[in-house]
Design a protein around this ligand. Structure first.
Ligand code: HEC
Length: 151
């Protein structure tokens, strides 16, 4: 009985470790998410760009209406910013979870603006400036993206 109990505990432990590994591979992908998206040769310059707009309620509201409106960010990034989108069956690389504080901290505003100007190479994230958004509007929408990281 005791031996069986020990054996059982080992099986449970093994299953926990095995499942944990699978779960990390499938959902964790933290490092992949945090890895910079701006190409290495451009990143130093991108990091020098800072948002000229203050995070006032008015500017965040403007960003919010662009996110949900003409810039249609919401279709892929979702109403809650978690990146599951509103399109059923969205395939390919999924957008980030904007509520993830580790992701928020890993990015400078300049890197995010670079992505809005150039897209994220090799993914569905296209370039929005200047075709869809002016640079000023892009900074507004980024204030809204940042607001997902607030408590
Ligand atoms: C067609 C779907 C789609 C639309 C529309 C879209 N995105 Fe994305 N976005 C993505 C995907 C996919 C990624 C992840 C790319 C990657 O893994 O590098 C992404 C990544 C990002 C990133 C972060 C990249 C990083 O550094 O981790 C930001 C910021 C972003 N999008 C903002 C926006 C904003 C703002 C809009 C609207 C102006 C928008 N996106 C519209 C699909 C979309």
């Amino acid at each position: 009985m005791i031996a069986a109990g020990r054996y059982g505990a080992r099986v449970v432990l093994w299953l926990t470790v095995a499942f944990g590994r699978v779960a990390i591979t499938a959902f964790g992908a933290d490092e992949a998410v945090l890895k910079p998206r701006v190409p290495i040769e451009k990143i130093d310059e991108a990091r020098t760009w800072t948002n000229p707009l203050a995070a006032t309620e008015e500017n965040i509201e403007k960003g919010k209406s662009l996110f949900h409106g003409k810039a249609f960010c919401v279709t892929c990034h979702g109403r809650d910013g978690k990146g599951l989108g509103d399109i059923p069956g969205l395939v390919g690389k999924l957008p980030r979870n904007f509520t993830d504080k580790a992701w928020q901290a890993a990015r400078t505003d300049g890197e995010l603006l670079w992505i809005l100007k150039n897209g994220s190479p090799g993914t569905d994230m296209a370039s929005f400036v200047p075709l869809v958004l002016t640079e000023e509007e892009a900074w507004q929408v980024l204030l809204y993206v940042r607001s997902f990281g607030q408590p």
